[in-house]
Design a protein around this ligand. Sequence first.
Ligand code: MG
Length: 261
Amino acid sequence: MRIARFTTGSDPRYALVQGEEGSLELAVLRGDPIYTPIELTGERVPLDRDDVRLLAPVIPRSKIVGVGRNYADHAAEMGHELPVEPLLFLKPNTTVIGPDDPIVLPPWTREASYEAELAVVIGKVTKSVSPERALDQVFGYTVANDMTARDAQRTDGQWARAKGFDTSCPLGPWIVPGLDVDDLAVRARVDGELRQDGRTSQLVFDVAHLIAYISEAFTLLPGDVILTGTPAGVGPIDHGQVVEVEVEEIGVLRNPVLRRD
Ligand code: MG
């Protein structure tokens, strides 16, 4: 199952994405499936209709929790040791944009990098859950680009600005519930050229352990999102380029990059 959030010009609605690539249809849902049982309205909308636009599949209700250095090869390329516990940071929900929305680079960074990541969407209020029960708290999975102003990350100390600027968290194209995420390809392409090609089997801390660890610090609310870290191959992107991030069995999230200064 794939759950999308979309607009045809008015209020956002939710839908199941059905059919094959090239002839995808939206089977419209009543309400928000994170909070209400899935119920079809009967309306069907072709995804390629001119007035249809996919939106970020979720706007995190309270927070996005990021995890740094959670792939050994990425930690090594940045010159860091592996963390002995997950390294956490927060992105505000104002970072979220959807498929095809522009990533707008702020004037104070000259080194903004893409980071392809598996994203976990929380489905239930979660506090101090054990790793064994953690996956019961998951609503589904989507794809994220954890955009990072690498220069500000180095100079600021805290990562709030480097990882929290507006448009720095593209999410989408939809949410896939019930997915086995133990060994999925995680990729990034810039202008069609493959830059990252890792697998979730390389995660230092897996999804269940991340949820358990994070929930010892924060109460996770339905709609909150966890970014699970990025594999090796990160690099800068700039105005006029297009970045695509992909997780196998979920889909491809594409965003153009703009600089307005
Ligand atoms: Mg990241």
